[in-house]
Design a protein around this ligand. Sequence first.
Ligand SMILES: [Zn+2]
Length: 278
Amino acid sequence: MKFSRRIEIAASFVLFAGLLSGPAAAQGGKSGVERLYILNCGEGVAGDISRWSPGVNVGKSMDFVDSCYLIKHSQGWMLWDTGVADAIAAMPDGQRPPDPRMTHWRRPKTLASQLDALGVKPSDIKFVAVSHTHPDHIGNVTMFPQSMLLVQKLEYEWPSPVGPRFKPEQPVTKLEGDHDVFGDGSVMLIATPGHTPGHQSLLVKLPRTGAVLLSGDAVHFKENWENRRVPEGNDSKDRTTASMQRLADVMAKEKAQLWINHDKAQRDGQRMSPEFYD
Ligand SMILES: [Zn+2]
């Protein structure tokens, strides 16, 4: 924590200087987003990568990761995706998929323990937003019964083959398209349907790091992004392709980096919580 504290102090000087001369000052606005933590929400092995890239790399397996992102904003905490269920951490051999071509997940650390290490209680989380309702993204939503769930209406109402996903008593805002989470433009949900009917991605404009676009499962790994490959199980190939183009347009406009949720090679090069991006 000492190390993080030092980063924080250094960052606040940079932020102060940034306020005087940076883009926020130039536009006369002040962004309320302060920092972003990447949490380890799973590690796994995809049995057959061609499931995500039909006809390509048939029979080859690939290591996947599963990421959650915790955002500190002056108006409160927000969690983006909740990963595979914390219960998987107690399974010695992880969770084997029903179909061996899919992903065998393990959980080296629980989400609960990573929040605890930061001194954040589940009840401190104002918003829980999920990219979509696959189990490796909503595994821990029930840990946050007091948080406002931000999900696309289409996704909430989608009759998923994997059973009920949200408790009826969970507070929820059902979105229809893009949404400015804190009303200051610093954290924007971007509708990117295709993987599932109401899939969404998240744009976070950090004060020092700049704009970061969190993919959800609009794409699963870099090679598929570069080749615009669409996984076989997606809801709509056309909408997936259109959403990838939408992400590319947002990246160009906002000069944003794309952080791909399941891309292990990318995450291996990133700072994990308790370190953070500001
Ligand atoms: Zn998915």
